[in-house]
Design a protein around this ligand. Structure first.
Ligand SMILES: *Cc1c(COP(=O)(O)O)cnc(C)c1O
Length: 361
């Protein structure tokens, strides 16, 4: 199907891999995953997308993880909670939108690590129905015992979180603070590890994905994968993310900066080149958390052809981008595509009225 790297490249890859691993292994890490997540081919979906020249479509099941309902934030939280414990913290504080998956998984991971958890959640998405206010991640945050500080959409949530940490320190406690999506360079290391995992799985499968598609929210998933591939001497340009949060120029700038800062942690001598960071527009619609028709279609198509679950805010929109590119003939070749499924199922229940409306018209 696709050529494996030449022996010389492979040896260089192994050498670099060792040094990246040794830098990664020095970091404290709190285990939240049970080994690699599977990669699966979706042949019924390939037929359902309905085009003659459809490339083989594979998914990496980062929705299959054991803690808190699973999802991409757990990879970041392994490093973030690891550092919090290493620093002797007793509380984990983070920020997000009201239905943040990162907030929910922080609450679950903190519970598992024996830390208190406080969540500064802002009303950044203009939805105020019962399901959005109370169900999905909001329900689970309460179940995991987190303290929720709700704020209006225009508030600087990170500043609120830092003020709260200072208040706690006056009381003799110690808080670890990380911003939305857990996308500090340290958190992004979780996806540098995932890049290694994908490279190893490619060797096992005897193929190479020439496109790796991810949603882009706080940009840490893309940045971490890019840093991991670059540090291993591989091509970060085969990762393509669809922005579902920031306008395209901002998404590109944030992703590039975060990728560079993450790479500096594992491979201080190399640097990204032009074309290494590919962020694509076209699926954001009216904004973060606002459903699009293409999102409804892709979530339904994946559910009905494969029995798999995408979420309405991230995966549904990014997968819509993948479907559109294939239907447009933009990727008309036989080279396999990998889509990283990032979890977020609880978000579905927050959008229950929106999904019902699409089936009723
Ligand atoms: C946060 C999130 C993303 C986006 O990841 P970033 O690292 O923030 O870009 C994608 N999918 C789901 C389900 C998420 O919760």
């Amino acid at each position: 199907m696709t050529r494996l790297p030449e022996a010389a490249t492979r040896d260089r890859y192994r050498g670099t891999k060792r040094s990246m691993l040794s830098l990664l292994e020095q970091r404290p890490r709190f285990s939240l995953l049970e080994g690699s997540t599977p990669i699966q081919r979706l042949t019924r979906l390939e037929q359902a997308v309905g085009c003659g020249g459809c490339p083989p479509i594979y998914v990496k099941r980062d929705d299959l993880m054991g803690v808190g309902g699973g999802g991409n934030k757990l990879r970041k939280l392994e490093f973030l909670i690891g550092e919090a414990l290493d620093q002797g913290c007793d509380t984990f504080i983070t920020t997000g939108a009201r239905q943040s998956n990162h907030a929910r998984l922080s609450a679950a991971s903190a519970a598992r690590a024996g830390l208190s958890c406080e969540l500064v959640l802002t009303d950044t998405v203009a939805r105020n129905d019962e399901a959005y206010r109370r169900n999905g991640n909001v329900l689970l945050n309460d179940l995991f015992g987190a303290t929720v500080l709700r704020r209006p959409g225009d508030v600087d949530a990170l500043a609120v979180a830092q003020d709260r940490a200072e208040q706690l320190s006056v009381e003799g406690r110690r808080a670890y603070v990380v911003g939305s999506g857990g996308s500090s360079p340290l958190g992004c290391l979780g996806y540098a590890v995932c890049a290694e995992e994908i490279m190893a799985q490619e060797q096992d499968l005897g193929l190479r994905f020439n496109r790796i598609i991810v949603p882009n929210g706080s940009s840490g998933t893309h940045a971490g994968l890019a840093a991991g591939l670059k540090a291993a001497g591989d091509e970060p340009g085969r990762i393509e993310s669809f922005t579902v949060l920031a306008p395209i120029e901002k998404a590109r700038a944030v992703t590039a900066e975060l990728a560079a800062r993450t790479l500096a942690l594992i491979d201080p001598v190399s640097a990204f080149a032009g074309g290494d960071i590919v962020v694509t527009d076209g699926q954001l619609g009216e904004g973060y958390g606002v459903p699009t028709d293409a999102m409804f279609e892709s979530v339904q198509l994946v559910a009905r052809s494969e029995g798999l679950l995408l979420d309405p805010v991230y995966g549904g929109k990014a997968f819509a981008g993948l479907i559109a590119a294939i239907r447009d003939g933009a990727w008309r070749n036989q080279e396999p595509v990998l889509f990283v499924m990032t979890g977020g199922l609880p978000g579905m229940f927050a959008y229950e009225p929106a999904f019902r409306r699409t089936w009723l018209h």
